[in-house]
Design a protein around this ligand. Structure first.
Ligand code: G3P
Length: 219
């Protein structure tokens, strides 16, 4: 399973990328706001950190506006990184129209705010490169978010869709294990949760014990 960082915090992305575990990045307007940087600053730097799909969201509400915004974003990225741009498009009829046109023009799309398997199926049919089901937000509503991941993975396999499933709105490390067990292509994970994944108290205790014992070895 590929791991994307769900963040617009460039320092965090840089640090995690240095671990060798980052295959891409997803951002959204909330994450950009949280980073304290301008969208322009992020676009200029983020592609130099990770050589993989970088999702950047459009805000227009009609298909023509989304397509125009998508092209503006691509034009702001230096030529060598343009292949990595994935335009995040909201899941609604206007979004589907935009996805269809952008995919025909060879621009990658990530259909976001997906909350059902039917929405994912429609996005794949329109030609989306990625779909992003938000499982944490479904859990918050009292649903079993992971259930739709299982369904979407099955549906895409049944019909050989090339669309990749990005499990989004991940809230804890167990969501990551479940995503991988179900065969999701990608999990986009907040930095805090990646840090929880790497940690185990027995590892820390073991390292400390080896260091202490080594100090007592006859020199
Ligand atoms: O990429 C966006 C998605 O992961 C949002 O997560 O925690 O705001 O539901 P959350």
């Amino acid at each position: 399973m590929k791991i994307f960082v769900d963040s617009a915090d460039l320092d965090e992305i840089k640090e995690l990328a240095s671990w060798g575990i980052v295959d891409g990045v997803t951002t959204n307007p909330t994450l950009v706001k949280r980073s304290g940087r301008s969208f322009q600053e992020i676009i200029e730097e983020i592609f130099t950190i990770v050589d993989g799909p970088i999702s950047l969201e459009v805000l227009s509400e009609d298909a023509d506006g989304m397509i125009q915004e998508a092209k503006e974003i691509v034009s702001k990225v230096s030529k060598k990184y343009q292949k990595n741009v994935a335009i995040k498009i909201p899941m609604n009829p206007e979004g589907l129209k935009a996805v269809k046109k952008l995919s025909k023009e060879g621009i990658q799309t990530n259909v976001t705010l997906v909350f059902s398997s039917n929405q994912a199926l429609l996005a794949a049919k329109a030609g989306a490169s990625f779909v992003s089901p938000f499982i944490g937000r479904l859990d918050d509503m009292g649903h079993e978010g992971m259930q739709i991941i299982e369904e979407i993975v099955d549906i895409f396999e049944n019909y050989d869709f090339e669309t990749e499933v990005i499990v989004a709105s991940i809230r804890h490390p167990i969501h990551v294990i479940q995503s991988a067990s179900l065969g999701a292509h990608i999990a986009t994970i907040p930095p805090k949760i990646i840090r929880q994944m790497v940690k185990h108290s027995l590892t820390d205790k073991g390292i400390q014990q080896f260091l202490d014992d080594w100090r007592d070895v006859k020199k």
